[in-house]
Design a binder for this molecule. Structure first.
Ligand code: SF4
Ligand code: SF4
Length: 376
């Protein structure tokens, strides 16, 4: 749905009534949920406000300037505004479209924004790291699933230790793509939808050709991209699930088991936006945690669909660093208020963002590592 003067699109865009309900938790106006609005306090930075900026573009009142780019990119694309909006205003579409319009005019929020997109355009990935040399490959006709690592997990072999322990304990026959391509999500979020389609078409072809009936994505950003956004790019044949859903299934089928005794540990759960709001599959995280002996789960006040973003979505760490700093500290503070020993999450972006913000004050543990450490 690109920004255009198309009547239906414009009509839809004008459904926002500036009620500001998208800035707070539903029926809890005292609890902010939009990090962008919470940080700067102006309506322009909310989901509805960004829709208004898009209206200004259609009316010729907003020019493609650095100021407009800073408003459009001052946002983690956490989906809280779309989830909370009473009339169901699809803010994410307009924010992405606004970014695409600015980028089409050569306007970027900062040098990092430009560099990330240039890497994607010229190299086809974010060039954060090379795929680890995994020794997973089973014979192709025996593979039960293909693991899609995503760019964050390609950064280091050690980030995969917990996942690999679970794979081996379950006796699962899984494989990975050689030179795994980018899922395309960064292009969509950074403002180049045509590049997204090109990357997605290539990745769909690679994934379909791999012959697996199922894809297990390690990063929820990849999961929601493959499930939701690939509908615009082509037909992806295999079923797509997130790692946490696979872990829940392995536990349920008895392919992995948990030690009956383990160290007592109190944890809170940070719900990843892409798993919980974009896909509405976040409850699986609680189902897994509730099965761990010795583990006490204490919910953060803003949790589930009302969770406050970790601040790391949409590459804010590089593209809107002040927003990242504000939101990640806010989230760590809120988690620490529960008095827990550790925070669990299931997204490598949340993991990176919250680990940096938490430092030595609060340990952040990936769900897969927690489960791998408690296997019987
Ligand atoms: S986006 Fe929805 S919740 Fe936000 S101001 Fe507009 S109508 Fe209200
Ligand atoms: S996506 Fe998140 S950060 Fe962006 S405007 Fe909506 S609620 Fe705010």
């Amino acid at each position: 749905m690109p920004l255009s003067r198309d009547a239906d699109y414009a009509t839809y865009l004008y459904t926002c009534n500036r009620c500001r309900a998208c800035t707070t938790v539903r029926d809890r106006p005292e609890l902010p949920v939009c990090p962008s609005f919470d940080h700067l306090g102006f309506f322009a930075y909310s989901g509805g406000g960004k829709g208004y900026t898009a209206q200004g573009v259609l009316e010729g009142k907003v020019a493609p300037t650095l100021e407009a780019a800073k408003v459009a990119m001052h946002c983690t694309l956490c989906h809280a505004c779309a989830t909370m909006c009473p009339p169901g205003f699809e803010t994410i579409h307009f924010i992405r479209d606004l970014r695409a319009w600015l980028v089409s005019h050569g306007v970027y929020a900062n040098a990092a924004h430009h560099r990330l997109l240039e890497n994607l355009r010229t190299k086809g990935n974010l060039t954060w790291g090379q795929a680890p040399n995994l020794t997973l490959a089973a014979e192709s006709n025996e593979v039960e699933a293909l693991l899609f690592l995503g760019c964050r997990f390609k950064l280091s072999q050690s980030a995969l230790d917990g996942v690999l322990k679970i794979v081996h304990r379950a006796g699962a026959k899984v494989s990975v793509l050689e030179d795994e391509p980018c899922c395309g999500n960064p292009a969509l979020e950074l403002g180049d939808p045509e590049l997204f389609i090109r990357l997605a078409e290539k990745t769909i072809a690679r994934l379909n050709a791999a012959g697996a009936e199922r894809i297990i994505t390690l990063c929820p950003h990849c999961t929601s991209t493959l499930v939701n956004d690939y509908l615009e790019a082509g037909e992806l044949k295999p079923e797509v699930i997130h790692l946490s859903e696979w872990i829940a299934e392995l536990l349920e089928e008895g392919r992995i088991g948990l030690a009956e005794t383990g160290p007592e540990l109190s944890v809170s759960l940070h719900d990843p936006c892409h798993l919980t709001r974009y896909l509405e599959r976040g409850e699986v995280l609680r189902q897994v945690l509730e099965q761990v002996p010795g583990l006490e789960l204490r919910e953060i006040e803003r949790s589930g669909e009302s969770a406050y973003c970790c601040g790391g979505g949409s590459f804010a760490l590089e593209v809107a660093p002040e927003l990242w700093r504000f939101a990640s500290r806010e989230r760590i503070q809120e988690a620490r208020a529960t008095g827990v020993q550790a925070l669990v999450t299931a997204c490598p972006y949340c993991q990176d963002s919250l680990s940096r913000a938490g430092g030595k004050r609060l340990e952040v543990i990936p769900l897969a590592d927690l489960i791998a450490g408690r296997l019987d």
